[in-house]
Design a protein around this ligand. Sequence first.
Ligand code: XMP
Length: 323
Amino acid sequence: SWTTGNVIEEQVTAIRELVGDKRAICGLSGGVDSAVAAALVQKAIGSQLTCVYVDHGLMRKGETEQVEKDFVAATGVQLKVVDAEERFLKALAGVSDPEEKRKIIGREFIRVFEQAQAEIIADEGPEVAFLVQGTLYPDVVESGGGTGTANIKSHHNVGGLPEDLEFKLIEPLRKLFKDEVRMVGQELGLPEEIVQRQPFPGPGLGIRIVGEVTKERLDLLREADAIAREELTAAGLDREIWQCPVVLLADVRSVGVQGDGRTYGHPIVLRPVSSEDAMTADWSRLPYDVLAKISTRITNEVRDVNRVVLDVTSKPPGTIEWE
Ligand code: XMP
């Protein structure tokens, strides 16, 4: 019968056999799937695995530290962190179009990841033969089954693989659904904040700033997002909502009155949704007192924000993300 213990044991045996004395690389995104896949492979082959984390500067508050510190502490994994914030900001400078932003972030991500791979191969030699992917069962089905290599949807997957991939893939989560992956992660001792994390897009906060992405705007959005997350967690609503994008309307200003006088600041949008699979969604009817608390805190604590608005659109017609 299905138990997380069995799954882990089976996978560990299979991965050991497959990898032998070769080495593997795994990209970490900060999300559940790559974290659990990496932890499983780490359990199987230990220091023969190297993880790569590309810090594109578009993560939310505390998320990079979660990977660098908590994940490493929980697994003992060997991790290479690439600080690419400047590079991403430079590539995104002057760009406001959503699709353009997505393309740039995806392209830069692949370049940085490939460079990191090349460095690892230079350090560790040609025994580096495997790439670990956190592909889940629904991804496999969506992309038409297949047997492993290169059937990864490029759509929505910033960690999309280069075409001329020469690694063999290890996909230890291929038979699992999301809730099973979370259980396996828990069993492997991963931090709660990683295992229970709600969906977060690969392009990160880059597609939650309507307008040009700048460091200043990212910092501002990170503060607002952290407040919203904190209050939703405090209110015990994490399980009820699917996710709650927090969006900065950087190109919009409105008049407000704060402290000693008139302000001319930006609105923050709260986009809490409930959903089964993100294909359709409904806006979450959050308690008014929770909304009030978030609004008060954001306008008090986040510089340049003088208004908080609630997105009451279902999907369709609105997508979950604003870009
Ligand atoms: P939309 O905005 O299309 O989002 O309703 C559906 C779900 O997908 C997430 N999302 C992404 N995830 N890379 C990802 O890994 C992406 O480029 C991306 N864009 C959207 C979104 O957060 C929601 O859960």
